[in-house]
Design a protein around this ligand. Structure first.
Ligand SMILES: O=P(O)(O)OC[C@H]1O[C@H](O[C@H]2O[C@H](CO)[C@@H](O)[C@H](O)[C@H]2O)[C@H](O)[C@@H](O)[C@@H]1O
Length: 315
């Protein structure tokens, strides 16, 4: 059954209900006073103690700033360098609503894992990697490909009269963007999309940041993708592994919930505004995400150097 959603602007949907940080020993509640560096303490401690960690990063709004044109959501070269550096120390995955090929075109790092289409298209690193899950490929919604292609065409046809609307094919799901649509037409556009959805009971509609997202009703989301990746990486039952998931959107909440339920790792919400969230920490914007990643790398390098010195002294 197609899900119905109410159109709300992204700022308007915030709910000022800060969640207390669930991590024992962590220093700052959500949202921290100055999110930027506060958030990194627990992760840094892990890096320092030579514990393993896995980085799971959403793309839009997390690694790249939100822009009007989805095809122009480029990440900066410095952000790319930060992600590349972090991936040298921790297995790193991009978990995005975008089609996997498209997000790879933006990120351009072959050594990462990519989970595109909200986790419905997972692939391990192409480049030589020491990782256990190198050859992994998982597509739980492949039977929906023809239906998604059909609904994509239908949505293009049905929304072509709405100025500013843009339909994006994300392979196992479809996005209908309304960021550039006049606010007065949002309701009508939502009705049009819902009308098409009624013909496809095996698909459902949800709402992201100024976007309607159409996808299969299967029980698969970014949270399931995160669990799949943790399993593939051999991290599932390792208390000394600290997965870090960073994301800005409603769909990232599924991943935050997984971490909370498992009592493993930390979820970090990227938002300038307080929101209802299952994340434990927040960063305000992609620039802070970059700073956080670089700090993590710095501390990891420092801890390695410290360990080397200690070993030399003990020898
Ligand atoms: O899971 P994500 O990587 O965050 O992908 C979610 C959607 O991101 C993109 O749309 C969003 O970013 C666009 C570019 O900044 C912006 O114009 C749009 O309003 C946002 O919703 C992407 O285009 C969608 O297909 C993804 O589903």
């Amino acid at each position: 059954m197609a899900q119905t959603t109410v159109v709300v602007p992204e700022v308007g949907m915030t709910a000022a209900t800060p969640t207390a940080c669930p991590c024992p020993g962590s220093l700052f509640p959500y949202p921290p006073p100055r999110a930027g560096m506060a958030v990194s303490r627990k992760c840094l401690r892990a890096a320092q103690a030579e514990l393993g960690a896995g980085m799971f990063l959403d793309y839009d709004g997390t690694l790249s700033p939100i822009v009007d044109d989805p095809d122009a959501a480029f990440m900066s070269e410095t952000m790319r360098m930060a992600v590349r550096s972090v991936a040298k120390h921790f297995p790193t995955a991009i978990v995005s609503g975008r089609c996997r090929d498209k997000v790879f075109e933006f990120v351009k790092l072959a050594e990462l894992y990519y989970a595109g289409s909200h986790g419905m298209d997972i692939k391990g690193p192409a480049k030589s990697s020491k990782s256990k899950a190198k050859g992994v490929l998982f597509q739980p919604a492949s039977e929906f490909l023809p239906m998604i292609e059909e609904v994509h065409q239908r949505l293009i046809e049905e929304t072509k009269h709405v100025a500013g609307a843009k339909v994006e094919n994300n392979k196992f799901c479809v996005s209908v963007h309304f960021r550039c649509v006049d606010e007065k037409s949002w309701g009508a556009l939502a009705e049009t999309v819902k009308g098409v959805m009624r013909e496809y009971p095996k698909l459902r509609m949800s709402q992201g940041r100024m976007v309607f997202e159409v996808r299969p009703t299967i029980k698969w989301d970014k949270g399931k993708a995160l669990e799949f990746l943790l399993e593939s990486l051999g991290f599932a039952d390792c208390p000394n592994v600290l997965p870090v998931y960073i994301g800005d959107d409603r769909t990232d909440e599924d991943a935050f919930k997984v971490l909370r339920r498992r009592g493993q790792g930390v979820g970090i919400l990227v938002s300038k505004h307080p929101k209802d969230t299952s994340a434990s920490f927040s960063l305000q914007e992609p620039a802070e995400v970059m700073e956080f990643l670089l700090r993590l790398v710095e501390w990891k390098q420092l801890s390695r150097a410290r360990l080397r010195l200690r070993r030399q002294a003990d020898a």
